[in-house]
Ligand binder design. Structure first.
Ligand code: PLP
Length: 347
């Protein structure tokens, strides 16, 4: 999966790492309240995490207007993506996904024998919902929709996705990965949570790893029909793998408006700076709805990554549409400055 690629990218090392812009993390988190809750939870960390996990699930259920039985938590959303890959990809079922999109669920399913159908993005680098729907057939097990999409940071039209979910979920489960939804101006308006509430066969995945800054703490969840939650709970790693300290921190941080808005503001400022650097150097980019930006480069991608790495800046490279691309995560301003300094030497 993708984690292994990230590992490879960080492996090469550099004299001094100045900017870690390869894994779409949020260096403005976790919040002060989250860190305090985590430290306080040390006192009772000899206890299994069930009580605290129930409390967090209760908070999420209340905010989203769903039942606790709709929610399955795990140590990040990755184990839940894997669980869905295992269950819905069984017996060689087809998994439909965008290309490029976040490859973890499809690649896990492929390793277990599924057939993965990759549907190229539209000309404006969005998931091609029409083309994806056209691929749905009797052997389709799951359709993976990453919105906003990683690595392009594009979003699909909300109403179009709603219609897609309503129709396609009658034939196969639709897995909507909303890892980056918190970066949108109105996350709830763009979410497919209402489709779950309407009883459709939709799985919405969320994570604390991105805007909450919990990538290293590990906490994520899915919201789905209770029978789906029940089935996937035997494929996921389960409540035993959640750390009580992390869960306490997540409960403290959940929907903490002031922190989230501040992190968003800082992300936007760094993103604007990055845009201005790219424009100044004569580069185009895909307008971003998340905490990373994709842009085409004029150099072999692997060489570009290595050269940036040699200058203390980690990024990721892609190849699609016969072009080499760089995906740069949005970091602190000093990291974006380090990116700019290194990039100017190569552009
Ligand atoms: N989904 C998407 C689209 C991602 O980009 C990532 C991580 O980068 C994940 C899921 C997995 O994140 P986590 O396991 O930290 O929740």
């Amino acid at each position: 999966g993708s984690d292994r690629v990230i590992e490879q990218n960080l492996l090469q090392g550099a004299p001094v790492m100045k900017a870690r812009l390869s894994a779409n993390e949020n260096p403005f988190g976790p919040s002060r309240a989250a860190k305090k809750a985590l430290m306080d939870a040390m006192e009772t960390s000899y206890q299994y995490p069930f009580m605290k996990s129930r409390e967090l699930i209760g908070k999420i259920a209340e905010f989203e207007g769903v039942k606790q039985s709709n929610i399955l938590m795990d140590a990040g959303s990755s184990p839940l993506l894997h669980a869905a890959a295992m269950y819905y990809g069984k017996n060689g079922a087809e998994i439909i996904t965008g290309d490029p999109s976040y490859n973890d669920l499809p690649s896990t399913a492929a390793e277990l024998g599924s057939k993965v159908i990759k549907v190229p993005l539209t000309a404006d680098y969005k998931l091609d919902l029409d083309a994806m729907e056209a691929k749905v057939g009797p052997n389709t097990g799951l359709v993976y929709i990453c919105n906003p999409n990683n690595p392009t940071a594009t979003i699909v039209d909300t109403n179009k996705l709603k219609g897609f979910c309503e129709r396609v979920s009658k034939k196969a489960v639709v897995f909507v990965d909303e890892a980056y939804i918190d970066y949108l101006p109105d996350p709830q308006a763009s979410s497919m949570m209402n489709a779950v509430k309407a009883g459709q066969n939709i799985i919405v995945a969320r994570t604390f790893s991105k805007l909450y800054g919990f990538a290293g703490l590990r906490c994520g969840y899915i919201v789905a029909q209770p029978e789906v939650v029940k089935i996937l709970s035997s494929y996921a790693t389960g409540m035993m793998s959640l750390s009580a300290t992390t869960v306490a921190a997540a409960a403290a941080a959940y929907q903490e408006k002031e922190f989230l808005q501040d992190a968003l503001k800082k992300t936007m400022a760094s993103k604007e700076f990055l845009y201005s650097v790219l424009k100044k150097e004569g580069y185009t980019y895909i307008p971003s709805s998340a905490n990373f930006v994709m842009f085409p480069i004029n150099m072999d991608g692997a060489k570009f990554s290595q050269e940036m790495n040699n200058r203390g800046v980690s990024i990721r490279n892609w190849k699609f549409n016969n072009k080499d691309w760089c995906r740069v995560s949005i970091g602190r301003m000093d990291e974006m400055q380090a990116f700019a300094d290194a990039f100017k030497q190569l552009s």
